[in-house]
Design a protein around this ligand. Structure first.
Ligand SMILES: [Zn+2]
Length: 358
């Protein structure tokens, strides 16, 4: 076993140790998008069950939902929800006995103010607790020019590094969209953009590596969401070429880049394994866990549909209180997520590999 880390939310050096443990151990961690305490608890339960570390992630929309769809100011809700969710995870993660990375998902140019507001919160949290609120934020400026993308990421990373935070950047384009950020899958679209150029990765490495820790969402044909097979072709060897170029230019060890696989839902198992071999330590999963939650809730409702129409059965006079108690169907949804994540931990080779001290 590699280095051991204290259970709970990991940031700074501990986060880097968890990333290193994954890459050296030949496994990756699922990054699961959450929208409330239900999904967070399900992710923590799943990780504890698999004895694996895990990444809890909020999109801007997920953060807004966490604070409440009815909250009057949606921009404020995106900040407050992300803070509230992080506090929930900080309080509970350690008790589940695994290492938990806290992360935010795609932030495009319009969402930079969201990230800057979160950094303000993170700096305040750091003053109080000696660690940041989040382990890492993602900046997805893949729609901008390479220079603007990397330049802006450098500016933000400098600020983050001061409070032991990492950044995730995106080079090339992940097809589909995640919560309003992203690109339509258009078969006539410029497919070259779906595949990251190793030279771009080299440029980012040169610029960002001196400033702090960063990870790269590189595109190798991956898409958000689950579609009919055949639309896009996964080419993980692109990741291998990026690693090799940085290694030869900078004389590093093998797989110097910490790579992220977006749009992991619905991917072929063999391509997942191949990507992990090329230094992917994080695979985002959202669509598949959303479906796992919905499927179990749907199944539960189908078993006693009358309880969702009547408080008391009109024929038998039987009260349905115990059936329509929201805990019943929400727990069904949580169980679906826990189960689906066992499959993800297994696909990523992470079962039993938690770096948390036992
Ligand atoms: Zn993504």
């Amino acid at each position: 076993m590699g280095e051991q880390v204290k259970a709970g939310v990991v940031t700074g050096e501990d986060y880097i140790k968890v990333v290193r443990a994954a890459k050296e151990g030949g496994y990756a961690l699922p990054a699961v998008n959450v929208v409330g305490t239900n999904s967070i608890n399900a992710v923590l339960e799943a990780a504890a069950k698999a004895k694996s570390d895990v990444i809890v992630q909020l999109s801007n929309g997920g953060a807004q939902f966490y604070a409440g769809k009815g909250y009057p100011d949606s921009s404020e809700a995106k900040v407050l929800g992300a803070v509230s969710a992080a506090q929930h995870v900080h309080l509970l993660a350690e008790r589940y006995g695994v290492c938990v990375v806290l992360h935010t998902d795609h932030a495009n140019k319009k969402l930079i103010p969201w990230i800057e507001a979160l950094l303000e919160q993170g700096e305040r949290f750091y003053e109080l607790h000696g660690k940041p609120l989040y382990s890492s934020h993602m900046l997805d400026l893949s729609e901008e020019t390479l220079e603007e993308n990397v330049g802006e990421c450098a500016r933000i990373l400098e600020r983050m590094a001061k409070i032991d935070m990492s950044i995730e950047i995106e080079l090339g384009v992940t097809g589909g969209e995640e919560d309003g950020v992203g690109h339509d899958i258009d078969e006539s679209a410029d497919n070259a953009k779906l595949y990251t150029q190793p030279e771009d990765v080299l440029y980012a490495y040169k610029t960002l590596n001196p400033l702090g820790h960063f990870s790269v969402a590189a595109s190798f044909g991956n898409v958000h969401g689950v579609y009919k097979p055949g639309n896009v072709k996964l080419r993980p060897e692109i990741l291998k070429h990026s690693q090799a170029l940085v290694q030869s230019e900078f004389g590093t060890d093998a797989n110097p880049l910490d790579l992220v696989f977006h749009g992991g839902s619905g991917s072929e198992k063999s391509k997942i394994t191949e990507a992990v071999g090329y230094g992917v330590f994080k695979m985002n999963i959202d669509t598949d866990t959303q479906f796992a939650f919905a499927k179990e809730v749907g199944g539960y409702v189908e078993t006693t549909p009358r309880a969702f129409k009547h408080q008391i059965d009109p024929d038998s006079g039987k009260p349905y209180k115990k059936v329509y108690d929201p805990r019943m169907f929400m727990r069904a949804g949580e169980s679906g997520v826990v189960e689906r994540l066992q499959e993800a931990f297994a696909d990523l080779g992470a079962v039993g590999k938690s770096a948390a001290q036992s």
